[in-house]
Write a protein that binds this ligand. Structure first.
Ligand SMILES: Nc1ncnc2c1ncn2[C@@H]1O[C@H](COP(=O)(O)OP(=O)(O)OP(=O)(O)O)[C@@H](O)[C@H]1O
Length: 236
């Protein structure tokens, strides 16, 4: 995918670099609860290239989830810029962020991204339709990739933790995203299932997707091509 366009239209960057699919510059995020102010992100910058698997690791509270939410346009940074596919996603109206996210980004959460009243197959098909990008007929192939070919008719409440994560991954991949952002997808899984999920993410990266996965576990860092360490909201 060529992302090298140069234009002055609002929301586009001048030179995103050859294969940089996502970049964040000097992100700040403050939270205020009563008198207490938390600086969750303190000037975080990063770039994510097509075909690489990058891990964001750091202790609890270091800012991983906040960072991923800002990168995905689910949350707005108080300072700094996020650019995805050559277009600015930060500081945009929600409709713009949602559209950009749907066309470019697949999200995987530990808590799951499945609608409970739909089967696994229906969840994946819906995600594909919403993104309006996935290849038709690819739903079963995708379920096969994540090892859930036999579980397409199951409802989320009947899935094990590992199955739910893999179904969530199929949903995230349904729109053929250029970027996958996974927030602690393996947090609650045993090490064999964690390995499976990380292998799937690595395989996606090898096929050209830019993958960012946040987690605590050494296995997450070990699976990555590159590791970004966060502490107290800063890259260390
Ligand atoms: N909505 C919020 N309101 C107030 N403080 C928040 C909010 N969200 C996050 N924080 C604070 O921001 C800091 C970073 O939190 P964040 O969830 O990003 O960390 P994390 O590295 O993802 O942690 P974990 O590994 O436990 O999920 C923490 O101090 C947290 O308490």
């Amino acid at each position: 995918m060529s992302l090298g366009a140069t234009t002055s239209t609002a929301g586009e960057v001048t030179d995103p670099g050859d294969d940089v699919v996502l970049s964040a510059r000097t992100l700040y995020r403050f939270f205020r609860a009563g008198d207490e102010e938390t600086l969750a992100l303190r000037g975080v910058s990063l770039s994510l290239r097509a075909g690489e698997l990058v891990a964001v690791v750091g202790p609890s509270g270091s800012g991983k989830s906040t960072l991923l939410a800002c990168l995905a346009g689910l949350d707005e940074p108080d300072g700094g810029t996020v650019v995805v596919g050559g277009r600015r996603i930060s500081h945009q109206p929600e409709t713009v962020r949602t559209r950009l996210r749907a066309s470019m980004i697949g999200l995987v959460f530990q808590s799951g991204n499945l609608l409970e009243h739909l089967t696994v197959r229906q969840n994946v098909r819906l995600a594909q339709r919403l993104a309006a990008r996935g290849r038709r007929g690819a739903v079963d192939a995708l379920l096969d990739v994540v090892g859930l070919a036999a579980r397409g008719a199951a409802y989320p409440s009947r899935l094990s933790g590992g199955e739910a994560t893999r179904a969530g991954l199929a949903v995230a991949l349904a729109g053929d995203p250029a970027v996958v952002l996974a927030d602690e997808p393996t947090g609650e899984l045993d090490s064999a299932t964690e390995r499976q999920i990380l292998d799937l993410l690595a395989e996606r990266a090898r096929s050209g997707v830019a993958v960012l996965v946040a987690g605590h576990s050494p296995a997450v860092a070990a699976a990555a091509d590159r590791v970004i360490r966060l502490r107290d909201g800063q890259v260390v």
